[in-house]
Design a protein around this ligand. Structure first.
Ligand SMILES: [Zn+2]
Length: 287
């Protein structure tokens, strides 16, 4: 089954819930980067919240998320638009666990900043940064929404692995309280969230987005639209050619004379682009 997001309302339409299954998306990321569980769990969580957030904006708005931690996983970069996501972390080979064998994603990410950049096609992209309060990603985004977007929110994210350290399931949810939500509704939701199974547990048990929504709302919800989620890169040879052109004539001539070609790997999908001798000559001629 394809990954998808399910949107729903509850509490008389004053609370919005987005729940997503991102298993295939995170599996794909693990395959292309050969990721170990702690790195994969961190990137998978960011990919999941990015996919969810991108479905809360208009179709062509572009979202960039940077998790700039000082832990061994290094920096995490994710881009998303309209349910399509791509991303990478600096060190895909990190495996860090607590004594109880749980993945230490927070230690892997470390301290630092979370930066969210939204290109809404206005003159300046909207950019906002907060300090990472946990490194566990879900808590950091809960804090981001409340602090930067002034929307009281709750975020749950989870990636689970099988006995061979391969992604078994991934997904998450975002709950947003709209203005006009009654105090008693908020209280009810808070009580529910305090006693809820952890998102990682629900994901591991194979909950669908609808199951997650059902669990959070005790069955009192109204389903809205669904949206497909997938890993999709936006790279192209043209885009990398632009990058090469920006190196300038002298640099390109020296690449041409020394290597006779240029090989570029896309950070986001690991695809290799090769610019042959004649490609390079063409680019230089046009400069
Ligand atoms: Zn790519």
């Amino acid at each position: 089954m394809n990954d998808y997001l399910q949107k729903a309302y509850c509490m008389d339409q004053t609370v919005r819930i987005y729940a997503a299954n991102t298993t295939n998306t995170v599996k794909h990321a693990q395959e292309i980067f050969n990721m170990w569980p702690t790195s994969c769990s961190a990137l998978g969580r960011v990919l999941t919240i990015a996919a969810i957030m991108s479905c809360t904006y208009k179709n062509d708005d572009y979202l960039t998320i940077k998790v700039l931690g000082d832990g061994p996983i290094g920096k995490i970069y994710v881009g998303a638009n309209d349910g399509k996501v791509r991303g990478f972390c600096e060190n895909p080979g990190i495996q860090l666990t607590y004594q109880n064998q749980k993945l230490a994603v927070d230690l892997g990410v470390g301290h630092g900043m979370l930066e969210v950049i939204k290109d809404l096609h206005m003159r300046q992209p909207f950019s906002s940064s907060i300090e990472l309060i946990s490194g566990g990603i879900a808590e950091d985004f809960t804090y981001y929404f409340t602090k930067s977007e002034q929307i009281p929110s709750s975020v749950g994210l989870g990636v689970s692995f099988d006995e061979n350290d391969k992604v078994k399931a991934a997904g998450g949810f975002l709950i947003q309280v709209m203005p006009g939500c009654k105090e008693e509704s908020i209280k009810k939701l808070e009580d529910k969230l305090a006693n809820l199974k952890s998102c990682a547990e629900m994901i591991d048990l194979g909950y669908t987005p609808e199951d997650i929504i059902n669990e959070i709302t005790d069955g009192d919800y109204q389903l809205l639209e669904t949206k497909e989620i997938k890993y999709e890169c936006t790279c192209s040879k043209e885009r990398f050619e632009k990058g090469l052109r920006s190196l300038g004539k002298d640099e390109l001539l020296s690449i041409l004379n020394e290597d006779h070609k240029a090989e570029i790997n896309c950070n986001f999908c690991n695809k290799k682009y090769i610019f042959s001798e004649s490609d390079l000559k063409n680019i230089i001629e046009k400069l």
